[in-house]
Structure formats: C-alpha cells, structure tokens
Design a protein around this ligand. Sequence first.
Ligand code: ARG
Length: 266
Amino acid sequence: MQKRVRICAAATAVALMAAVTGCGTSSTNSDTNGSTTNGSSSEPTLVLATSADYKPYEYHDTSNGQDQIVGFDIDVANAIAKQLHFKVKIEDMNFDGLIAALQAKRADFVIAGMTPTATRKKSVDFSDVYYQAENVVLTKKGHTVKTMNDLSGEKVAVQLGSIQETAAQSIPNVKLDSLDTIPTVVQEVLSNRADAAVIENTVATGYLKSDPQLQLNKIAGMTENGSAIAFPKGSPWTQKFDTAIEKMKQDGELQQLANKWFGGSQ
Ligand code: ARG
C-alpha cells in the first residue's frame, strides 16, 4: 500500500494535476461527500515523519509500559487520516532530517510543529497553519533576558535545523550550541553548559512546570511561528489536508485538541 502511494505521489509530481484523479482515496477534493470507501482494506498507508522530542506536539509516552509516540500533532494527523481515509505509519527521526526525508520521498508528510519558512518552501510544500507559537528564552532562575541582544557573547542552546537556531545565529558574538533534540537543549541550561536556550513558548511551558530551576523570558516584539504540515513538492495531499484542516477549524475539533494538549492556551 505504502508503495502505491509513493509511486502515485511521484507520478503526480511529474504529470501534475492530470494524475491527481488517479491518486489517493478520493477522486475529487470533496472529502466530506461520503463517496470514498469505508472499507479499511482499501485505505492507503501514508508515512508520517516527525521528530518526537517535542512535548506536547509529539513525544514518546512510556507511561503504560510501551513506547508510544503521542501528542497534539499525532492527534491532528489521525483526525485528518480519518477524514481522508488513510492509515498512518510514524517514522521518528531527528528534526534536522525531516525535510530531506520528504525530498527523498521516504515520507509522505511531516508533522513536527514545523514552521513554514520561505527557505523551507523552496524544498517542500506546506499546508495551512494549524497552530501558533512564539520564541522565548529559557534560562536558569535569576538570569533575566529581555531582548535577544541581552544574550550577546553567551552560549545559547538550540535545536539543530530549527528556526530557533536561525534566530540565535543573529545574536552578536553568540556561542551557538546546536543539538539534535529539545530535551538535550533544555538539559544544557539545567547543567549550566549553556546560558540560555531559544525554544517555543508552547514547549517551554511544560519544562517550566516540571523544573522550578528554570525561568521563561518573554522577548518583546517576537513574531508568531505557525506550525504547518509539510509535503514533498507537488504532493496531491497538500490540498486535501488543507480541506481537512479547514473542516477541523470550522467544527471545533482543532480547538478541542488544542485544549487537550495545551490546556486551552489558544
Ligand atoms: N517551529 C520550529 C521550527 O519549525 C521548531 C520545531 C521543532 N519541532 C520538533 N518536533 N522538534 O523550526
């Protein structure tokens, strides 16, 4: 099944819209008209690539004895899968490798709290934004930061390949400490190996709750970082996902999931 989808996506990239009607589970974009089959045996499997180091978007939950990837993004993906009638297979990898996985067609889509930047848009396609976040600076208590320039000359931990890494690169004389995963980024601050970390508020809040040594510094004038789903260029799924996301915005399902995972902060 997986193979069929991949081949189909590749064919579509070449033949553009002409091939779309032969792909996926639906012959039109009207995913709500009930015309698609409910027989699960005919549902294709799409490979979802993510970097499950980003609680509450996606993370490993081992609380009931098994290792399961859960979170807001996973629930969003499953809700879209239900609407569009496909199955999901999760591939966990480093954040820095996600775009390359799409380009190599090793994944059908990426959901990883990923922000649709102009640079990334050169390599992949993005859905509409489904959630918003903002950069904050995480420090140990007592080290107060009001602007990014307050971090001049300091050692700043960030996730490799993230927009926080790009943001930190413009701090004068910064010593950049780029790491693969967010837990290790936070650990750098906790163990005094870094003076600060640049991270999204939606993720920082969780660490703040579990560790009283940490301080969250809001930076004035930060713009919002939307999260969107990424696809290989020319994927026939982008538009279908947009329709599904729009429906979830309209009927309140997206808000319900946000309440579940972020405590109704948006
Ligand atoms: N929104 C940021 C970006 O797109 C950070 C995303 C990090 N996601 C993750 N699953 N670690 O660069």
